[in-house]
Design a protein around this ligand. Structure first.
Ligand code: IPE
Ligand code: IPE
Ligand code: MG
Length: 238
């Protein structure tokens, strides 16, 4: 079923857990890295499609805090692909009016990647077509822990009263402080779990689990997820 798109559509924040690269490669007798490489192509296709749908924010789970525990070689290859993506894709992103953001624990990234991120964010800061956020070295529990640390530091300094701490205070101290909460969280590959992704922000998100491995993902899958999202009734507890 095609998605009916009208300029008056509410713009959505869609977050995707891009899963299944390893299984995609294994099914072809290829090394896992080839699955991650093919995953970058899927990322390109998905971003391009997202620009044609009512999506203001696309957030992609690219590397979790727990993924640091994978074999060193795989981590090394993933960081290599990330370097390659940032280096070669930035001009296209900028030309397409895409704002690039990275959320996650940057202190664990190699210095050259951290520097590239700062530069890419600065270059694209004024872009308005869509915000592409890569969750890198990201974990929701770690994000909340960091937020608690900075809030407690403010309390200890006398800059914040304990009674003034609200859910908004927590939200304002997360990496995502300047973006709306996700409306829709998609996970590919058939797994049905959050794996530490946006655990605070997804409190009222709709979930769509799709039985496609991430390297095979594209426009038709994103469109199908949006059609399913539209059919849901969101109540927010009311
Ligand atoms: C997702 O694919 C990419 C990352 C987590 C970096 P996986 O590498 O998890 O692939 P599967 O789940 O093993 O198939
Ligand atoms: C979640 O996928 C992380 C990313 C997609 C980047 P994983 O493959 O790491 O998650 P688990 O281990 O299946 O929960
Ligand atoms: Mg996986």
């Amino acid at each position: 079923m095609p998605l009916q798109v009208s300029p008056s559509d509410k713009k959505l924040h869609v977050a995707i857990i891009m899963d299944g690269n390893g299984r995609w490669a294994r099914a072809r007798g290829l090394p896992r890295t080839m699955g991650h490489k093919a995953g970058i192509e899927a990322l390109r296709r998905t971003l391009e499609a997202a620009r044609d749908f009512p999506i203001s924010h696309l957030t992609l789970y690219s590397f979790s805090s727990e993924n640091w525990g994978r074999p060193v070689e795989e981590v090394h290859d993933l960081m290599g692909l990330l370097r390659y993506y940032l280096k070669h894709e930035l001009a296209t992103l900028h030309k397409n009016n895409v704002r690039l953001r990275i959320i996650g624990d940057r202190t664990r990234l190699d210095a050259d990647i951290a520097d590239m991120i700062v530069a890419a964010e600065a270059k694209t800061a004024g872009n308005t077509a869509i915000t592409l956020t890569l969750a890198l070295s990201y974990g929701g529990q770690q994000e909340i822990t960091d937020a608690v640390r900075s809030i407690v530091a403010k309390v200890a300094n006398g800059d914040l009263a304990v009674d003034a701490i609200s859910t908004e205070t927590i939200g304002a101290h997360l990496y995502t402080h300047d973006m709306p909460n996700p409306d829709l969280v998609i996970r590919t590959s058939g797994e049905q779990r959050l794996s530490n992704f946006l655990i605070w922000q997804a409190a009222y998100a709709e979930f769509v689990f799709q039985d496609v491995l991430w390297p095979d993902y594209g426009r038709e899958h994103l469109e199908a997820a949006l059609v399913e999202f539209r059919a849901r009734e969101r109540r927010f507890g009311k």
